[in-house]
Write a protein that binds this ligand. Structure first.
Ligand SMILES: Cc1cc2nc3c(=O)[nH]c(=O)nc-3n(C[C@H](O)[C@H](O)[C@H](O)COP(=O)(O)OP(=O)(O)OC[C@H]3O[C@@H](n4cnc5c(N)ncnc54)[C@H](O)[C@@H]3O)c2cc1C
Ligand SMILES: *[C@@H]1O[C@H](CO)[C@@H](O)[C@H](O)[C@H]1NC(C)=O
Length: 355
């Protein structure tokens, strides 16, 4: 374990920044850890850019053979392990395991080759390929497995509260760049900061590889008992994500690349509800029966080529460890990402324990 006492700054209080800050706290017990963020889980009306407030969120594996997907699969497994512990030990955190079901109208090769018993979401996830007779009309492939869902606001709030109760500090402030955190920290009397972790999602808008994917969903009062996802041939998605501890169910959702609209579109709400009725009549069988709690619009901080997890020295004494670009997978990759970011913090000379 590293024993450095140097202060560390984490920029961002989304699910990634909060997970990183939490893990740093357990590795660097003597170092002051400070989060600087424009918005936090206690911000009353979070913006669409604060993605963590708008996610479903469920764990839905994405099988594939590209290096990026393979790496994400590893991070997802690590995350599932920790989420299992959180669900067991801290039910108030808003994480709960349930059945996950998928229906695909047009399954890609990687998926069509999966067999019952394969490790899909985690070891012992009970993965089972559905029989053709179990599939709804139009679906060509389906499966079920043990997954988890996160009630995102209480979960982020829980992470934040734990971070503060263990001595972490949070400063509400909008920086003009993650690099400004070094001077800002000095002005605030936080000492000579050599390490800044950049978990800013997408707000700085300096990385041309980062794009937004707009997502609109509807939170309804009715509670479903599993999370289901249907991918249609036309590229649309119909999913239900029950929020643990009676938080209702997320009915979704859109994936609109580059669409800047931050307001919910009424016609989209109507379409999402109709889709849900068509795909899951056992949940709610007509649109007018939905008890609507809230329309959600969020921007997924998507990055071409995937997550940026790397160290950048902006001077010999100042390094930024990046952890951004989670796209639509920030929750399900959160702990795996945090572990890799903390490894980078440990690895690099600026934070080596002084002898
Ligand atoms: C509709 C929808 C559904 C989703 N469903 C799922 C799902 O089912 N499963 C899943 O795993 N993921 C899901 N996601 C994706 C998930 O929400 C994101 O991947 C995740 O929230 C990204 O977290 P983050 O911490 O990187 O960024 P954010 O949550 O965006 O946090 C960024 C933080 O950085 C701060 N910040 C930014 N700029 C500055 C600045 N200039 N100065 C100071 N602070 C700054 C912000 O204030 C904030 O605190 C979904 C997203 C959407 C929109
Ligand atoms: C920090 O993250 C943002 C994404 O929010 C990115 O645009 C930027 O290039 C990163 N680095 C710095 C120094 O801000």
């Amino acid at each position: 374990m590293a024993s450095s006492k140097d202060p560390i700054i984490v920029v961002g209080a989304g699910v990634i920044g909060l997970s990183v800050a939490t893990l740093l706290q357990s590795c660097y017990r003597d170092a002051p850890i400070t989060i600087i963020a424009a918005e936090t889980p206690t911000t009353p009306s979070p913006s669409a850019d604060y993605a963590s407030m708008w996610a479903g969120a469920h764990y839905r594996p994405v099988p594939g053979s590209t290096p990026q997907l393979k790496q994400e699969a590893q991070m997802a497994l690590r995350t599932a392990e920790r989420m299992e512990r959180i669900a067991d030990e801290s039910p108030e955190a808003g994480v709960a395991f349930s059945m996950g079901v998928e229906y695909l109208e047009d399954p890609p090769k990687e998926v069509a080759g999966l067999k019952t018993g394969d490790v899909y979401a985690s070891p012992n996830d009970g993965f089972r390929v559905l029989d053709q007779t179990e599939l709804p009309a139009g679906a060509k492939w389906g499966c079920e497995y043990r997954a988890y869902c996160v009630n995102v606001q209480p979960y982020c709030r829980w992470l934040l509260d734990r971070f503060i109760s263990k001595g972490g500090q949070v400063i509400l402030h909008r920086l003009s760049s993650a690099a400004d955190a070094f001077d800002f920290a000095r002005q605030r009397g936080l000492g000579r900061v050599k390490t800044v972790v950049n978990c800013s999602g997408r707000n700085f808008d300096q990385d041309p590889k980062v794009k937004i994917i707009r997502g609109q969903t509807v939170l309804v009062k009715q509670q479903y008992d599993k999370t289901v996802t249907r991918q249609n041939r036309d590229g649309s998605w119909a999913f239900l994500i029950p929020r643990p501890r009676g938080g209702g169910t997320i009915v979704g959702g859109t994936k609109e690349i580059g669409d800047p609209e931050t307001h919910p579109r009424p016609e989209t709400r109507q379409k999402l509800l109709q889709q849900a009725v068509d795909a899951y009549p056992d949940f709610v069988d007509s649109v007018d029966k939905f008890k609507i709690l809230k329309d959600n619009v969020g921007r997924r901080p998507w990055r071409e080529g995937g997550f940026r997890i790397e160290t950048e020295f902006i001077s010999p004494e100042r390094r930024i460890v990046h952890g951004y670009g989670a796209g639509g997978r920030g929750y399900e990759l959160s702990w795996g990402t945090a572990e890799r970011v903390v490894e980078l913090v440990n690895a690099s000379p600026a934070a080596k324990p002084r002898l």
